[in-house]
Ligand binder design. Structure first.
Ligand SMILES: Nc1ncnc2c1ncn2[C@@H]1O[C@H](COP(=O)(O)OP(=O)(O)O)[C@@H](O)[C@H]1O
Ligand SMILES: N[C@@H](CCC(=O)OP(=O)(O)O)C(=O)O
Length: 376
């Protein structure tokens, strides 16, 4: 099927940049590595390791983000379906991660290649000050010729510090390691205009801009996957903002995906990537609170890209401090932007609705400066 599709595919700039990338992150979904009855499928894992090894031998640095810990832990624990509650998911992950890391190690050992297991929580990566540790480890593994096998640290990740899905983790890792491309390998040949399990759907080969997604229905995942297509689309957006093109393809097409990139759906990166600071404000930072804006303030910050002044703020919530990232919400509570707030919540409470002239000079700075503000 890959070969048939390959001959028709238009070789866009995006596909060329995935094929030529010098550093890539390859994310492999649970659906590509595990099955409900058989657990971890080491034959499929070997084929994926073959494709990754071939790409590495061609001179590309590859970081693997591998899901499958929970899926691999289901059968050994005598469970029959993917657990729903956090504690059982964590127990399954603790059993499955051991098997998963071992399987990757054994598979790459066929080539004399060493693997390193890197387990991360969103907290490790979300704070700019913390993420340097992860960055250093990944960088050193690369320089030592080992392949990093990354997964979420499921056994300790609580709801607050979870990435939620490995598509998002993979996009953040791509940003973290300065990857030139992200390859998402799943159990579908690419993005369709609707969930292919629900009837006829058409493959979308190229997503050049968000408008190409108009009318696309991104459904939930399979029995083993977490976020379904919606989480892949938001990861693709996140990667695009970081200037990283994305290829979404079937794991069974991994060879083609990692050589010519002439399979699946290619998502173009933004023509101008967000600065590192704005990227973190939009995607990775913890949000410490909310500012509620009136209609005029929404217009000023979203349409005119102005700084947010206290006069347009009608309310706030959360215990935030100056320098924290907050959500900016419109009159109906809808998220309109994120930004770095200049004041503590306690200071700001007394400033709400006041114009600059009504404030003392030290409180006349904008509440969120335009440079620190990213529309949603
Ligand atoms: N518009 C769509 N295009 C392609 N697949 C879709 C779409 N909507 C829902 N899906 C489903 O998403 C699934 C892939 O997501 P998921 O199960 O989370 O995979 P993974 O384990 O690889 O992360 C596919 O099996 C497919 O049935
Ligand atoms: N950390 C979890 C992966 C969760 C996840 O996002 O799964 P998937 O949607 O298959 O990529 C695990 O290893 O089972």
């Amino acid at each position: 099927m890959a070969a048939e599709f390959e001959s028709d595919v238009v070789v866009s700039e995006t596909r060329t940049s995935v094929a030529d990338a010098k550093r890539i992150v390859v994310k492999i979904g649970s659906s590509a590595l595990t099955s409900l009855v058989g657990g971890l499928d080491t034959d499929r894992l070997d084929r994926l390791a073959d494709a990754v090894e071939a790409r590495m031998r061609g001179g590309t640095d590859v970081v693997v983000v591998s899901s499958g810990a929970i899926g691999a832990g289901i059968a050994p624990l005598g469970l029959t379906k993917r657990p729903q509650d956090l504690a059982t998911k964590q127990a399954a992950a603790s059993v499955g991660q051991l098997a998963l890391a071992h399987a990757w190690g054994t598979s790459f050992a066929r080539y004399g290649r060493t693997v390193g297991q890197v387990l991360l929580t969103a907290e490790d990566i979300a704070r700019r000050t913390n993420h340097r540790n992860a960055q250093r480890t990944l960088d050193r593994l690369r320089s030592l010729g080992a392949v990093a096998i990354v997964n979420e640290n499921d056994t300790v990740a609580t709801a607050e510090i979870r990435f939620g899905d490995n598509d998002r983790l993979a996009a953040l890792v791509a940003h973290l390691v300065g990857a030139d491309a992200l390859v998402l390998l799943s159990d579908v040949p690419g993005l369709y205009d609707g969930d292919p399990r629900k009837g006829h759907a058409t493959l979308i080969p190229e997503v050049a801009s968000p408008e190409d997604l108009d009318g696309v229905v991104a459904g939930s995942g399979g029995a083993l996957g977490t976020g379904g297509m919606a989480s892949k689309l938001s990861a693709a957006r996140l990667a695009a903002d970081a200037g990283v093109p994305v290829l979404l393809a079937a794991a069974s097409d991994a060879d083609a995906a990692l050589t010519t990139a002439r399979v699946g759906t290619a998502f173009a990166a933004r023509p101008t990537r967000l600065s590192a600071r704005r990227f973190w404000v939009r995607h990775a930072a913890d949000v410490a609170g909310d500012l509620h804006l009136d209609t005029g303030a929404v217009r000023a910050v979203v349409d005119k890209r102005r700084s947010l002044l206290s006069a347009g703020i009608t309310g706030l919530s959360g215990q935030f401090y100056g320098g924290d990232v907050v959500s900016l919400r419109g009159p109906d509570g809808q998220l309109v932007a994120r930004g770095v707030v200049a004041y503590d919540a306690s200071e700001l409470t007394g400033m709400l609705g006041k114009s600059s002239g009504e404030l003392t000079p030290e409180l006349q700075r904008p509440v969120v400066h335009a440079d620190d503000l990213v529309p949603a």
